[in-house]
Design a protein around this ligand. Structure first.
Ligand SMILES: [Fe+2]
Length: 372
């Protein structure tokens, strides 16, 4: 949802476009807090970019799969069943709820409370953490491209994805952003980062095995890194006119989304938008573009969006990526005479530069498809 932001909407991910710090606009949340009963014009989407309710109301409402990692603990049949469920979920949906994943519920709650607490701070205190032109961290808005109608959200970026490489071992802190407010936030986020990092590593192994390879398959080819971007969706007086986050795919290997209890996330399946019902203390696993390339189209990145609503909503997105110089290409293990490589190689840093916002959704990965 940075390179979606998600690895996709962070200004510093773009080439040549960045926030002008000399004229910082008001944060959306501050505009909403000032008391509005109409959406500002900058946020009103064209009719074809708005939420189409009819698409959601036809037929039975499906739900994304829920996969219980606790079943793996026997190491035998349970593990095989979980891996089979992951394969089915990745092939059918590109995403699933992951429960009993090892990140303590209290750690998840404390971190989400810290982020909610930040967005509940007085406006002047939030301003102390504004994202600046030269830093890909802090509080700002998702980048939707010049001249493109804005999405209804604000970001608090904990990890600077524009940085050269992972520097956490040097700085003694897991995240680039140091959040002194609200009290206790930094400690809560530090615990969260350390704990989620373990799940990210575990997820790399699970995905590798789901692809029929050894647990080390992905990390042997691609250094694993992860970072966190949080998104706040203020309450909206006219949700049908806006989009919380426009349709996109995440640009990393995979994403673990930590939702609060308010609905809003939707995934595209068989040309229909399916709302994701929050499951307490789950992470929503989502396939990113890089995994689609590496798996030679077996696991496809999932298109998703966020609809706005009358109730505020806060989400933490954990993005599994790789080093900037990593070459992403279909792995030989997934290529054959019958299934030749579907994509040309791309260096991850170059792929990130492609994550530029536009008004119209298009799967970015298709730009690398061979034979196009
Ligand atoms: Fe996303």
């Amino acid at each position: 949802m940075g390179l979606d932001i998600p690895l996709a909407h962070s200004p510093n991910m773009q080439s040549g476009n960045s926030i002008d710090t000399t004229k910082l606009e008001d944060l959306l949340i501050s505009v909403v807090e000032s008391g509005i009963d109409q959406v500002p014009p900058d946020y009103i989407k064209l009719p074809h970019d708005r939420v189409s309710r009819s698409l959601n109301s036809e037929g039975p409402q499906e739900q994304i799969p829920v996969i219980d990692l606790a079943m793996m603990e026997d190491g035998g049949p349970g593990k095989r069943q979980v891996l089979a469920e992951i394969v089915r979920a990745c092939e059918d949906w590109g995403c699933f709820h992951m429960i009993n994943h090892g990140v303590p519920a209290a750690v998840m709650d404390a971190a989400l409370d810290a982020i909610k607490g930040f967005f509940a701070l007085p406006a002047a205190e939030r301003e102390e953490y504004r994202q600046t032109k030269n830093a890909g961290k802090g509080c700002g808005r998702s980048y939707t491209g010049q001249g493109v109608v804005r999405d209804w959200n604000n970001l608090l970026i904990l990890t600077d994805f524009s940085g050269e490489e992972d520097r956490k071992s040097d700085r003694g802190s897991f995240y680039d952003l140091v959040l002194a407010k609200p009290p206790g936030a930094q400690e809560a986020l530090e615990n969260y980062g350390q704990s989620v990092n373990i799940l990210i590593e575990r997820s790399f192994s699970l995905v590798s095995e789901a692809l029929g390879q050894t647990p080390e398959f992905l990390t042997r080819k691609h250094t694993s890194r992860f970072g966190t971007v949080t998104t706040h969706y203020p309450p909206c007086p006219q949700p049908d006119l806006v989009m919380g986050l426009r349709p996109h795919e995440d640009g990393g290997i995979f994403t673990l989304i930590h939702l609060d209890e308010v609905p809003g996330l939707e995934v595209l399946k068989d040309e229909r938008w399916v709302p994701v019902t929050p499951v307490a203390h789950s992470f929503v696993f989502m396939i990113g573009d890089l995994l689609q390339i590496i798996s030679n189209d077996r696991f496809k990145s999932v298109t998703h969006r966020v609809v706005a609503g009358p109730i505020a909503r806060t989400v933490m997105g954990n993005f599994a990526v790789t080093s900037n110089d990593s070459v992403i290409q279909p792995a030989a293990e997934f290529c054959s005479d019958l299934k030749p490589p579907a994509f040309r190689p791309v260096v991850f840093l170059d792929y990130k530069k492609k994550l530029v916002g536009t008004g119209t959704h298009s799967k970015r990965v298709e730009a690398y498809r061979l034979g196009q």
